[in-house]
Ligand binder design. Structure first.
Ligand SMILES: Cc1ncc(COP(=O)(O)O)c(C=O)c1O
Length: 400
């Protein structure tokens, strides 16, 4: 006996890639380059080392579930600066939940939003297609119907809420959006964000905005949920909304497992209640290090410069091939290679380059087309020399 919904969750992209490549090896003597996973490889700021070990007795204590006040205060200050909010807009006691990385919190967003039924119908969880796989698991395990919103080149790689059927909007309990988006790096415009907020309030669903790549951009600073909330204003400026931020990509510490959720106080309370039952607390030394990371921008700027240099180099080398473009944010190249699985197989077996087929990050749309099927995702997480090597291998292998 087990939860049979789990039987439907068997297509995690990395498992599918392992199945595709099987026991194949790169050509003899060729060092593999792993660009399939979005794991930052820039150095983590050294100043967190001493903070993680300064008081070993903290490892012997259960951490306060929602962190020390200093961490929530540092986050509130960071948000107010980043999103040009008036001082005092973010109340560390009401608007912030500390989470052990945002993956778990994004999953829990579905558990906290989805009711038994909505207006007599099975609730729906809306999400872009392609998507971050965790949204699918959240929606399915909350026993909602997952409704995909196409986010292909024709909609600027962001979902168009105006194309969602009225019936699905009215039974929606939750909508995820991701900006800058994984995998395409597209950034939701202020108008798109405001439209999504308006619909969430009109139809009373939760809008969960995943902004874990918000600090990785090489051009304009991307707008976020809180910019849109600031512009809309009102008595409860964050009503129906939650935004998810992480230190994993911003500060190159995916192993630290540290992030936060901010937004509607009523939803934050529900998330904290849910976490009391099923959430992992963040260890105190990790929270101390996190406080210092949210208070420091120098390392974020240095990392951004490194990504900029890598995009400059890669785009220069690609020279428009595979429809290469500079994304609004994030650290992925999203390249049109016509057949994503065939290209990923060839790149691994002939060039030792491991990339993720876009088909694995998307579902078929209603018309049977898969919006990721033509693309591969390459994470530009390595140093400049490795990036150069990878793009050379890609061109030598696919550009014939
Ligand atoms: C779009 C997106 N959201 C959320 C996450 C989760 O990040 P973390 O749990 O490290 O905060 C990732 C990680 O790759 C991601 O790509």
């Amino acid at each position: 006996m087990h939860n049979d919904i789990l039987d439907s969750l068997t297509d995690y992209p990395f498992d599918r890639l392992r199945a595709l490549l099987g026991t194949t090896e790169p050509p003899a003597g060729m060092t593999p380059i792993h660009m399939q996973i979005g794991e930052p490889k820039h150095a983590a700021p050294e100043f967190i080392g001493p903070l993680l070990t300064q008081d070993m007795s903290e490892w012997g204590r259960y951490p306060p579930p929602n962190g020390p006040e200093e961490l929530r205060r540092a986050i509130a200050d960071w948000l107010e600066t980043r999103y040009d909010l008036d001082s005092g807009t973010i109340d560390p006691g009401q608007h912030i939940a500390i989470v052990a990385g945002t993956r778990e919190a994004l999953f829990m967003a579905a558990l906290l939003s989805v009711p038994t039924n909505k207006n007599g119908n099975t609730p729906a969880v809306l999400m872009p297609n392609p998507f971050y796989q965790v949204y699918v698991g959240g929606g399915a395990l909350a026993r909602a119907d997952v409704v995909y919103m196409p986010a292909g080149a024709n909609t600027g790689f962001q979902p168009d809420f105006d194309q969602v059927a009225e019936a699905d909007l009215s039974r929606a309990a939750l909508a995820y959006i991701n900006t800058p988006a994984n995998p395409q790096g597209s950034v939701a415009t202020m108008a798109q964000l405001k439209n999504a907020i308006g619909l969430a309030r009109k139809h009373d669903f939760v809008l969960a905005v995943d902004e874990c790549y918000s600090e990785i951009y090489t051009g304009e600073k991307p707008p976020g949920l809180l910019d849109a909330c600031r512009e809309i204003g009102g008595e409860n400026p964050f009503a129906n909304t939650l935004v998810f931020h992480s230190l994993s990509k911003r500060s190159n510490v995916p192993g630290l497992r540290s992030g936060f959720v901010a937004g509607d106080p009523a939803l934050i309370r529900l998330l904290l209640r849910l976490r009391q039952y099923g959430g992992a607390q963040v260890p105190l030394p990790v929270m101390n290090a996190s406080t210092a990371l949210w208070r420091d921008e120098a390392h974020v700027e240095a990392s951004r410069e490194l990504y900029r240099a890598k995009f400059d180099l890669a785009l220069d080398m690609l020279d428009g091939k595979f429809s290469a473009f500079r994304p609004g944010g994030g650290f992925y190249l999203w390249l049109d290679v016509t057949d994503s699985e065939a290209a990923a197989y060839k790149l691994w077996t002939e060039a030792g380059l491991r990339v993720l087929p876009g088909a694995y990050l998307a579902q078929n749309n209603d018309d049977g087309s898969n919006p990721g099927a033509r693309y591969i995702r390459m994470a530009l997480v390595h140093d400049l020399d490795t990036t150069c090597d990878a793009i050379t291998r890609l061109l030598n292998t696919l550009d014939s």
